[in-house]
Design a protein around this ligand. Structure first.
Ligand code: NI
Length: 168
């Protein structure tokens, strides 16, 4: 297993739209393992392949407190959104240190492939639904800061850019 490097906003590679996975093979399963390790180490509750500079439609998440509910979604598609919304203070491993309230549909029906290439469908709500919608946004090149006001987004951007300069 390997810890992967997580891209940080405003890295332009976070804006790439990920491509569908045509075959779920050992390489994909290894990528899932590495992404879980990277996500747990960070620590975070979700990670999209885009964030580790792999532009394939794959995300992992685990909203449990004891790493007991790992979930993999390959080529995820949201089939239905509820009209009801809920809002959470969202954070992102690609926007470290910032949390902002984002409103999203509360419940979704999602289809995806699992690590064996089998299709499954789930109806989910609450935090898991928010987490997966956030991660699917990553696969489409979108970040939670895009839901904020331009002023807030700009402020976060310039603070992170300063940190990146210091690190370089
Ligand atoms: Ni994120």
């Amino acid at each position: 297993m390997a810890l992967l490097n997580i891209l940080e906003f405003p890295d332009p590679r976070l804006r790439k739209v990920a491509e569908p996975i045509t075959e779920v093979d050992d390489g994909i399963r290894q990528l899932c393992k590495d992404m879980f390790e990277t996500m747990y180490e960070a620590p975070g509750i979700g990670l999209a392949a885009t964030q580790v500079n792999v532009h394939k439609r794959l995300l992992v998440c685990d909203i449990s407190e004891d790493q007991s509910q790992p979930l993999v979604f390959i080529n995820p598609e949201i089939q239905q959104f509820s009209e009801a919304v809920s809002s959470y203070d969202e954070g992102c491993l690609s926007v470290p240190g910032y949390f902002e309230e984002v409103e999203r549909p509360d419940s979704i029906v999602i289809t995806a492939l699992d690590q064996n290439g089998e299709t499954f469908q789930l109806q989910i709500d609450g935090l898991l639904s928010t987490c997966i919608q956030h991660e699917i946004d990553h696969l489409n090149g979108k970040l939670f800061v895009d839901y904020l006001s331009p002023i807030k987004r700009k402020r976060i951007r310039s603070k992170l850019e300063k940190q990146h300069k210091k690190r370089a």
